[in-house]
Design a protein around this ligand. Structure first.
Ligand code: MOS
Length: 726
């Protein structure tokens, strides 16, 4: 597909509503409970399913006694591998078969699904399913299985390795070297809304109300799994209570509910419990990352290398791409990046917010801080000296890159000049105080998407697409684009998302959501403007759309006078030449100030600032919220978040939000995010770039660097907890 044209109309280059800090158009629905999430959809006759999880990490089911469960009042079905249908297979991005046989390949794998007339009956009966296992030995801990690691070959991700020049020779000969290994832990998405599905069949057509980020992808996974045509599957997901990647693909809730509903010829509803989410759905792999940086005495990069180990089930190819940003962020003629994947018998590892960069920058940007200290250079000055003039591996231009401006503006606003480069010098009562910074970068992908827009006889517009809004503000920015392009007030625009009956869209993921869906809608609005201009006998190039009217020269016509039963137009977008000819990333710089208790090692974030450039900002308020949300995610990655694996049995020990720690309000004091003006002439017709994941990228590293500056402890094993400071 060669569709991404940077030459659009200049419809958005006026002082319109796009970019304004419009409140979320779906806000009132959310705060009044009017927004229905998957589990809240009321369906007559719905039955309730509850998942029974395997309680071993690897082995086989020796016996499975369901009689007690079946004899429980209200129970109508206990689904196990004995009565489940044969399903299609593939990796987790292709299929999600459940209850396929007696083999257990990871702890928490569903081994039964109990369906009853009420949730309580199903749950009570689920605990009566008696499963006995033959355990076999499994490989659970990444660190203990590095010798098994192989080169992964995912078909939807960059190659695992890259090499330019002579890394080994250049590094060995570099006068100044840093060679450090950083580790990041297993992480869980910990979104608010648990995974939930209501499944029902209409003949051979399946309807799923389900929490899912990418509905059209979900359709395909379900089609492969259940061996039914894609067009017989409808996914409905208008509201999603957070995903962070945990709802990108299809999880067991959807498939179990669909199978049970088909067998029972009745709607079946299910939700994973908070505890179940940790094992039954995906997580982010832990990583072991070796970063090697070699420079001349002035800090100019001669060699840059990044080796990454992550883990996944033997059947999976998805790796944590933590070295990907190292291919493009800094200059240097000799480069080497490698990813290795260790086969592990634990649940599927997959994408979690900014897969790759979010943990990759924790290693690279801390290593850069170590290098700056060795060179006796300010960390910003080191980065300025290694600012590339083109993508250093692909040798193509950047579509736009203003990392330097982000660092300089951030330094000015944050008061970076007050930082004492020597650790442990600044005190505030019992607190040792330090400042740190880190660069932010995240790729800007564009994914095929389409949209329809219709001008109704009453002068309102209706937008439809199978896009999702996972709490990011998609409804709002799509209303803004439509309102501005058609010259309507935003409250005259109705945006309908989250239904595969609407035009196909890329969904929410990988920071491509707004750019892809917004550009498809832009094209649809362009097409509608042309139709309206033609109807009015005007040239669309000179026509102005404002106040519900189209005007050209002296003539001005109400749009409603041009509409009989309604006029509709479609638009689509997809990656094109400029996605290959330009290296596309969003950029930013994080600044953090922390306090470390001089006696106890207790840690506090004191203030934090992120300064970003991401092309056109579509809504100043939702963009800022996205950035701040990402930064808070970064604070969690630096200080709190870690799943603890029991290496003997292969299960995650801390599987609830009391023990899997994420930041709370009290952990986040003064925090701000600003976007510097930028238009990207190559990215897409909106001239925007992705922001959904940018905020987390580098955020954690800025805290770790601040901790070092505060107290002189360089912790290379995340999260930085106080025991590691003593
Ligand atoms: Mo994101 S990890 O692609 O939801």
């Amino acid at each position: 597909m060669e569709m991404n044209s940077p030459v659009g109309s200049n419809a958005l280059d006026t002082e319109g509503v796009v970019g304004k800090p419009l409140d979320r158009v779906d806000g009132p629905l959310k705060v009044t409970g009017g927004a229905r999430y998957a589990y809240e959809v009321q369906q007559q006759n719905a039955l309730y399913g509850f998942v029974v999880e395997a309680s071993i990490g690897k082995g086989t089911i020796r016996s499975l006694d369901t009689r007690a469960a079946e004899n429980t009042p209200g129970v109508v079905l206990v689904l196990t591998h004995r009565n489940a249908p044969t399903q299609g297979t593939g990796n987790h991005r292709e299929a999600h078969p459940v209850l396929t046989g007696p083999q257990v390949t990871y702890y928490g794998q569903p081994v039964a699904f109990v369906v009853a007339e009420s949730f309580e009956q199903a749950r009570a009966a689920a605990y009566l399913v008696d499963v006995k296992y033959d355990r076999s030995s499994g490989k659970y801990a990444l660190r203990q299985n590095l010798d098994q690691a192989r080169v992964p070959h995912p078909d939807d991700a960059p190659a695992a390795d890259s090499a330019v020049g002579d890394f080994a020779g250049a590094f060995a000969g570099a006068p100044v070297q840093v060679d450090v290994t950083y580790t990041t832990p297993l992480q869980s998405h910990a979104m608010m809304e648990p995974h939930a599905t209501l499944a029902m069949w209409d003949g051979d057509r399946l309807i799923l109300h389900t929490a899912n980020q990418m509905l059209n992808q979900g359709q395909k996974v379900i089609a492969t799994t259940l061996k039914i045509p894609v067009e017989n599957i409808r996914l409905i997901s208008p509201f999603i209570g957070g995903g962070f990647g945990g709802k990108l693909w299809v999880n067991a809730d959807a498939i179990l509910a669909a199978i049970a509903s088909r067998q029972l010829k009745q709607p079946v509803k299910t939700a994973l419990t908070r505890q179940q989410i940790f094992h039954v759905t995906t997580h982010r792999s832990d990583t072991i990352q070796r970063v090697r940086l070699g420079t001349d005495r002035d800090g100019r990069m001669l060699a840059i290398g990044h080796d990454v180990f992550s883990g996944n089930l033997p059947s999976e190819q998805t790796y944590e791409g933590a070295a990907l940003q190292t291919r493009t962020l800094y200059a240097g003629a000799n480069r080497l990046t490698r990813h290795r994947l260790a086969p592990l018998d634990i649940p599927v590892a997959s994408s979690m917010r900014a897969p790759g960069e979010s943990v990759g920058l924790m290693a690279l940007e801390c290593a850069m801080d170590e290098l700056a200290e060795k060179l006796n250079l300010d960390p910003i000055e080191l980065r300025l000296r290694n600012e590339p003039s083109e993508d250093p591996e692909q040798h193509i231009p950047y579509s736009s890159r203003h990392l330097v401006a982000c660092m300089q503006e951030g330094a000015r606003l944050f008061g970076w000049d007050k930082r004492n480069a020597k650790p442990g010098q600044v005190r505030d009562g019992r607190w040792l105080v330090g400042m740190g910074m880190a660069a932010a970068t995240r790729g800007n992908p564009l994914r095929p998407s389409s949209a329809s827009v219709r001008l109704n006889p009453d002068g309102t517009a209706t937008v439809q697409m199978a896009m999702t809004d996972i709490g990011t503000g998609t409804y709002t920015i799509l209303a803004q684009i439509t309102a501005e392009m058609l010259g309507l007030p935003t409250d005259r625009v109705r945006v309908e998302l989250g239904d595969t009956n609407f035009p196909e869209a890329a969904g929410s993921g990988g920071s491509w959501g707004a750019g892809s869906s917004g550009s498809a809608l832009f094209e649809a609005c362009e097409s509608l403007r042309e139709k309206l201009a033609q109807q009015a006998g005007m040239d669309v190039k000179t026509a102005r759309f404002a106040d519900g009217r189209i005007a050209s020269g002296e003539r001005s016509i109400k749009l409603t006078d041009l509409v009989d039963t309604g006029i509709e137009a479609d638009g689509e977008i997809g990656p094109g030449r400029n996605n290959k000819e330009f290296s596309q990333q969003s950029y930013g710089a994080h600044f953090a100030e922390v306090g470390v208790d001089a006696d106890t090692g207790e840690l506090r974030l004191r203030r934090m600032l992120g300064v970003f450039t991401a092309g056109r900002v579509l809504n100043a308020k939702t963009a800022r919220s996205q950035a701040i949300g990402g930064m808070v995610f970064g604070v969690g990655a630096a200080l709190h978040e870690a799943m603890t694996l029991d290496p003997r049995f292969g299960y995650f020990v801390n599987r609830d939000l009391a023990e899997y720690l994420v930041p709370v309000h009290a952990d986040i004091p003064a925090i701000d995010a600003i976007f510097l003006p930028e238009l990207d002439q190559q990215s897409n017709p909106l001239k925007s770039k992705g922001i959904g994941e940018l905020g987390i990228c580098g955020a954690g590293a800025s805290l770790a660097n601040a901790i070092y500056n505060a107290c002189g402890a360089r912790v290379r094993d995340f999260p930085v907890t106080l025991d590691k400071l003593l």
